[in-house]
Design a protein around this ligand. Structure first.
Ligand SMILES: [Zn+2]
Length: 274
């Protein structure tokens, strides 16, 4: 189980910049200690590390702001950095030869992006981009590979996260092949709701169609059904989860299967906003 209660000291970082695009926030200097950020980090993987291992990572972590649809690595491209989302949510997307797309995985405060680095082959097979804007910590891929290969809590945690993420990817593949669009919409909304602050987040029917690899008209019908049932509210490019329990009932089993695996391997994923 993740233990995020064992660290309570504060570190200092600069406030996140408002500008668009991936914005690197330089490591703080001693004169910038007046802007504290609470430890443990919101990222649950980092927050679960023993104090000594987290302290060893901190000098190599850079806090950045990820904006909507920032792409930070593409298929068959070398991975230069690994990312630990704090408040951002990212999507891993497969693109077919005909240009079609489908989301194969997601990561937020419960996880990280850059597993191929840990596994020794720092080449991405998928595109990764920001779904929900927010903060993330990043680390140079070579440094992370070196630190995570050493025996210790980080290595063990990354093994567990790899298993959990593989479950998410395989269940998503099964879901995309077998379940109804409305059920898949509910699953996607629940997974995103788990990883954001509050009950609403930006979403368009175009993006959801892109994520689920279905026609926009199908997503529109599915979202209308969920809204008519009083489970969500959709206005001006934002969706609000109104009835969380009802939405879980509208989802296929895949949400529960993946959540159970994450809980068993890494502790509860939701809610990250605590
Ligand atoms: Zn499903």
């Amino acid at each position: 189980m993740l233990d995020s209660t064992s660290h309570s000291r504060r570190i200092a970082v600069r406030p996140l910049p408002p500008a668009r695009g991936p914005q690197l926030v330089p490591a703080p200097t001693s004169s910038e200690r007046e802007h504290p950020l609470l430890l443990p980090p919101r990222n649950r993987l980092l927050g679960a590390l023993p104090h000594a291992e987290l302290a060893a990572l901190l000098p190599h972590l850079e806090l950045i702001q990820l904006e909507h649809h920032d792409t930070f690595f593409g298929p068959e491209k070398p991975i230069e950095f690994v990312f630990f989302p704090e408040t951002a949510v990212v999507s891993l997307v497969n693109t077919f030869e005909d240009g079609g797309t489908v989301e194969v995985g997601t990561a937020g405060c419960e996880g990280m992006v850059g597993l191929p680095v840990f596994l020794g082959e720092p080449i991405s097979a998928v595109s990764v981009f920001t779904q929900i804007p927010g903060a993330a910590s990043r680390m140079d891929a070579a440094t992370f590979a070196h630190l995570a290969s050493a025996p210790g809590a980080l290595h063990r945690m990354m093994l567990r996260y790899t298993q959990a993420f593989l479950t998410q990817v395989s269940q998503t593949a099964a879901c995309n092949a077998a379940h109804l669009v409305e059920q898949r919409c509910a699953r996607w909304l629940l997974m995103t709701h788990d990883r954001v602050e509050g009950d609403d987040f930006p979403l368009t029917h175009e993006v959801l169609a892109y994520m689920l690899s279905v026609r926009r008209a199908g997503v529109t019908l599915a979202m209308r059904a969920l809204q008519d049932a009083g489970l969500v509210r959709y206005t001006r490019g934002r969706v609000t989860v109104v009835d969380r329990v009802g939405l879980e009932g509208a989802s296929c089993e895949c949400y529960r299967v993946v959540s159970a695996h994450f809980a068993r391997l890494l502790g509860q994923v939701a809610p990250c906003a605590d």
